[in-house]
Ligand binder design. Structure first.
Ligand code: SF4
Length: 467
């Protein structure tokens, strides 16, 4: 399936970049090994996976019920739920609040959903500074690059790269030691937390029976984002819902283990609304923006709906030989690796990047490590089938249809087939053969092998005659 020449060159460059290859291989290998160690120490790991997958399935099958229950509980605790069909609606709401309250700066903790809708750019177009506060995200923001990995956004950068990014981005000297770099980021970001009028976060889980959202993190920046500014807005996908707080006992045992090989992340925060009388901190206003952005279309597809089970642990990226080779920036949308390869075509349409479901060896390593048992290889195969079906359907290219009908006819007439083979072999040797007409596009991204000097048929005849 065709990918653009630009993308192909970009992938070739990534594969040839030894420094990048080493950085990605060692970062993903570390995460893989740590995950493996902690998973082996958990005897009930497989039961937990089965349980988590069943909980997700149940939540998705009853999504309308649980989302309404969640909304009722958020309102009961003094917050507000905003339903956003897409990025325009989500950003529109945030911009309105910012304008009404005179906010000029927002701080953000890690949120793939806001990456999905390019929230930072949208805010900046309206004069509002958006500052990422997760260290990896902050590095990427200063480098003017999107995240490279779902949970380790700057895992492809070396310490020397990071020192250079800080030097340029913050206009100050910075050493190569991670402690120095973290210290510098902390000093700069502290000021931003205090100055920002709005804190924007994502959410790892939305708990229907209590109207709370759960955020896991290791740096404490999400806690500051959600408590220091006067307004907290969580932007998250509708599929993050789980029925009950007690279900967290299942998901929390799986998430940190699968993501970073930790038993639990350093901070696990359950946030249930704005500050109440007597509280020492917390926001005065609390909003949860529930984003659809294509998710309900995906939900309607019973065959592939389980893609929405994803808890964004990133384990499938670390296990995937393709991701580890081509890296996160060579996937066409926010989500990379195996999960990106199955959800991007479903959100964006299979014809947008038809090569994506085919960019897999189907080795199954992703499905083996997925804590919520998403059968990624099967979904990739389903998507391949969809690509072929939609291309045939959408093909206004009569030429392609006639070509296949003609080929079928030729196959049924052996003499003519042999003649066509001989003519084709002569044609393929012409230097301009793949530079003209419909073959030009095809030839842009392929090296055409030279035909053998003697056809299979001719060799066969010779062999028979020699016997
Ligand atoms: S598909 Fe599974 S392994 Fe991959 S990020 Fe989602 S939950 Fe993790």
């Amino acid at each position: 399936m065709m990918m653009t020449r630009e993308r192909l060159v970009q992938i070739q460059n990534a594969v040839a970049d030894t420094k990048l290859q080493n950085a990605v291989y060692s970062a993903t290998a570390r995460l893989k090994e740590k995950r493996q160690e902690v998973v082996e120490e958990l005897p009930e790991y497989q039961e937990l996976r089965t349980h988590a997958a069943a909980l997700k399935k149940h939540a998705l099958e009853n999504l309308d019920h649980y989302l309404e229950q969640f909304e009722a509980n958020v309102i009961a605790h003094g917050g507000k739920v905003v339903w956003a069909r897409d990025g325009d609606e989500a950003a529109g709401f945030i911009l309105d609040i910012a304008r009404q309250r005179g906010v000029k700066m927002v701080v953000k903790s890690k949120s793939m959903v806001t990456e999905e809708i390019h929230l930072n750019q949208r805010l900046e177009e309206h004069g509002i500074e958006a500052v990422e506060t997760d260290l990896g995200e902050y590095i990427q923001q200063l480098a003017k690059e999107p995240p490279f990995h779902i949970i380790a956004p700057a895992c492809h950068k070396t310490r020397q790269d990071i020192a250079e990014i800080f030097r340029k981005g913050l206009n100050t000297e910075c050493g190569d030691e991670p402690e120095q770099q973290a210290g510098l980021a902390r000093r700069v970001l502290r000021e931003k937390f205090l100055e920002a009028g709005i804190g924007i976060s994502g959410a790892n889980f939305l708990v229907a029976d209590s109207g709370a959202l759960l955020i896991v993190e290791n740096e404490g920046n999400a806690r500051l984002c959600t408590t220091a500014p006067k307004i907290h807005i969580a932007v998250t996908g509708i599929e993050k819902i789980i029925p009950r707080a007690q279900d967290l006992a299942v998901f929390l045992k799986l998430l940190a283990r699968s993501a970073t090989g930790q038993l639990l992340t350093v901070y696990t925060s359950l946030l249930g609304g704005p500050r109440r009388p007597g509280d020492v901190d917390g926001p005065e206003e609390f909003y949860v923006v529930l984003m659809d952005n294509g998710r309900s279309r995906l939900l309607a597809d019973k065959e592939k709906r389980e893609s929405l089970n994803c808890i964004r642990c990133g384990a499938c990226l670390n296990a995937c030989p393709v991701y580890r080779k081509i890296g996160g920036h060579n996937y066409p949308w926010t989500y990379s690796g195996p999960i990106g390869a199955i959800i991007t075509p479903q959100y964006k349409g299979v014809l947008q990047d038809p090569w994506l479901p085919f960019a897999s060896s189907l080795c199954g390593a992703c499905a083996e490590v997925c804590p919520v048992k998403i059968d990624i290889p099967k979904i990739l195969l389903d998507l391949r089938r969809d690509v072929v079906a939609e291309r045939t359907q959408a093909s206004s290219n009569r030429l392609e249809k006639w070509a296949f009908q003609g080929y079928s006819w030729l196959m049924r007439h052996p003499r003519l087939y042999a003649l066509a083979g001989r003519l084709g072999a002569i044609g393929a040797k012409l230097p301009f053969a793949t530079r003209i007409g419909p073959a030009a596009k095809w030839g842009q991204v392929r090296e055409v092998p030279m035909p053998a000097s003697e056809s299979f048929r001719a060799q066969w005849r010779k062999r028979k005659a020699a016997k």
